[in-house]
Design a protein around this ligand. Structure first.
Ligand SMILES: Cc1cc2nc3c(=O)[nH]c(=O)nc-3n(C[C@H](O)[C@H](O)[C@H](O)COP(=O)(O)OP(=O)(O)OC[C@H]3O[C@@H](n4cnc5c(N)ncnc54)[C@H](O)[C@@H]3O)c2cc1C
Length: 412
C-alpha cells in the first residue's frame, strides 16, 4: 500500500493533519494503537480546551468548528491572574478581538476529528495496530505493522503523544521537564456567574484556575504536589467544594463539583528536533506543553498548518516534500512559534509553585509590575488572541523560497 503520509497516532493532531492533507489532495494512512471503538466514541476526560482565534480558523477550514453545537462553546472574554488570595492581580482583555479565546471539551474535538477523518476516502485508519519496523531510503519510508501489513509513504509523521515511541525509535531526542506536580481537572457549578472571565490563582504551593464554561459552570484546574493531590482527591465532594471555595476567597459563592475528577501528572516535553530523514513530529510529539498556559493543542494545530505550508510550497516548486530542506523549514518556523512560550511557561510554573519566601516576594512583584507594563501584557495577549498575526508569528519573515534554502544534511 502506498500513501503520501503515514501518521502514527489518531489523536487530535494526527486526525486533523490527515484531514488537512486530504483537503490538499494527499493520501494518508493513520496507525493507532487503541481500538476503533475507543477513538470513535471518546469519553469526557475532564479537559476543557481553550482555543485561540487562529485554532478556530484552522478548525473552520477543516469543517470541524461548525460541527460543535454552539450551546457547547464558551468564550473567555477576560483573564485575571491573581497572586494568592487577594495579593495583587493582573487583568488581560483584548481591545481588537471580541474575546480572548474559546473553550470546548477535548472529547468533542476528538469526536469531530474522528468523524471527519472517517468520512474522507483518502484517509485509511489502522486501529489496534502499531509500527514495528521502519525502513527509510532516499525517496521513501516503509513501515511494517504489527498486523503484518506494510505501508510505503513519502513521509512518516509522529503524532503519538508527548511520550512518542516513534520519535524515540528514530533517535530524535527530547528535553523533558518533570514538574513534580499533578493536575486535577473537573467541572464545578457555582452560585455567582463568571461573566466569561477566566481566573488563575497562584497560591503558595498550588495553582487554581477556573475556565468559564456555558452557564454558571467552570472547568476547575488545580495543580499541587502528587501527595497533596492524593489528599485532595480523598476528600468527600463536600470537603472538596469547601476547599475550592476557600481558595477562591468566596468570589463565586457556593461551589459544587459536577461528575468525575481527572488527574494528570505534569511533564513538559520539547523535541530537540522536529524532523529526521523522511520523518516529522507534530502535536504533543513535537511540543508537549504544561497546560497552565492552555497552549498544547493550539500549538498542535499550528504544527499541522506549518508543516502543510512547507509541504505545499515544496510541491509548488516540484521539490520532494519529504526532503531535509522542506522539513528543516517546518522545524525552524514551528520552533520560533513555540519555544518562547514553552520556556516562559516553564519559568512561570517554577516561580509559582515555589514556596520559598523569595519566590513569594518575586511573584507578587512580577504580577504588579506586569499589570502596569503594556509590553508584557501585549506579549501575553498576542499569544492568547493568536490570529496568525501575533508577535511571535510576525517576528519571522514569510516562508523563504525553498530553492534558496541552505542545504540541510543529517550529520547530528
Ligand atoms: C489537563 C489538561 C488540560 C489541557 N488544556 C489545554 C487547553 O486549554 N488548550 C490547549 O490548547 N491544550 C490543552 N491541553 C493539551 C491538549 O490536550 C493536547 O495538546 C492534545 O490533546 C494533544 O493531542 P495529540 O494528538 O498531539 O496527542 P494525544 O492526544 O496524546 O494523542 C496521541 C494518540 O496517539 C496514540 N498512540 C500513542 N502511542 C502510539 C503508538 N505507539 N502507536 C500508535 N498510536 C499511538 C494514542 O492512543 C492517542 O490516540 C491540555 C492538556 C491537559 C492534560
Amino acid at each position: 500500500m502506498t500513501y503520501d503520509f503515514v501518521v502514527c497516532g489518531a489523536g487530535p493532531a494526527g486526525l486533523t493533519f490527515a484531514a488537512l492533507a486530504c483537503l490538499n489532495g494527499f493520501k494518508t494512512a493513520i496507525i493507532e494503537k487503541q481500538t476503533e471503538e475507543a477513538i470513535a466514541d471518546p469519553q469526557y476526560d475532564g479537559r476543557d480546551i481553550a482555543l485561540t482565534h487562529k485554532s478556530k480558523e484552522i478548525l473552520s477550514e477543516l469543517g470541524i468548528w461548525e460541527k460543535f453545537n454552539p450551546a457547547t462553546i464558551s468564550t473567555i472574554d477576560k483573564a485575571i491572574v491573581n497572586n494568592g488570595e487577594n495579593q495583587g492581580k493582573m487583568a488581560l482583555s483584548s481591545s481588537h478581538a471580541p474575546n480572548l479565546a474559546y473553550v470546548v471539551s477535548n472529547h468533542l474535538i476528538r469526536q469531530h476529528a474522528y468523524d471527519l477523518a472517517r468520512s474522507l476516502a483518502d484517509i485509511s485508519l489502522f486501529f489496534d495496530n502499531e509500527i514495528i519496523d521502519v525502513e527509510r531510503t532516499n525517496n521513501k519510508v516503509k513501515v511494517a505493522l504489527k498486523s503484518g501489513e506494510s505501508i510505503e509513504a513519502s513521509l512518516l509523521i509522529a503524532a503519538d503523544s508527548r511520550f512518542s515511541t516513534l520519535r524515540k525509535r528514530l533517535g530524535v531526542s527530547a528535553s523533558m521537564l518533570d514538574f513534580g506536580k499533578t493536575m486535577v481537572v473537573c467541572r464545578m457549578k457555582h452560585e455567582f456567574g463568571h461573566n466569561n472571565v477566566a481566573n488563575e490563582c497562584f497560591g503558595n504551593g498550588y495553582t487554581l484556575a477556573l475556565l468559564p464554561l456555558v452557564g454558571p459552570v467552570s472547568s476547575a484546574v488545580i495543580t499541587m504536589k502528587p501527595w497533596q493531590i492524593d489528599e485532595l482527591l480523598a476528600k468527600s465532594d463536600a470537603d472538596f467544594n469547601a476547599w475550592v471555595k476557600g481558595k477562591l476567597g468566596n468570589r463565586f459563592g457556593k461551589m459544587e463539583v459536577i461528575g468525575e475528577k481527572f488527574a494528570y501528572p505534569l511533564v513538559g516535553v520539547y523535541a530537540n528536533r522536529f524532523f529526521a530523514p523522511r520523518f516529522a513530529a507534530i502535536g504533543d510529539a513535537a511540543v508537549g506543553m504544561h497546560p497552565v498556559t492552555a497552549h498544547g493543542f493550539n500549538f498542535g494545530l499550528l504544527s499541522i498548518k506549518t508543516l502543510m505550508d512547507s509541504i505545499l510550497l515544496a510541491k509548488k516548486h516540484g521539490i520532494d516534500m519529504g526532503s531535509a530542506n522542506v522539513l528543516a523549514q517546518y522545524d525552524r518556523k514551528h520552533r520560533n512559534d513555540t519555544l518562547p512560550l514553552y520556556l516562559m511557561t516553564a519559568g512561570i510554573v517554577g516561580l509559582y509553585t515555589n514556596e520559598t519566601i523569595q519566590a513569594r516576594i518575586a511573584r507578587r512583584a512580577l504580577i504588579e509590575i506586569a499589570d502596569k507594563m503594556a509590553p508584557i501584557k501585549a506579549l501575553m495577549m498576542n499569544k492568547l488572541v493568536d490570529d496568525g498575526n501575533s508577535h511571535f508569528s510576525n517576528k519571522l519573515p514569510s516562508l523563504p523560497k525553498l530553492p534558496f534554502l541552505r542545504s540541510h544534511n543529517f550529520t547530528n
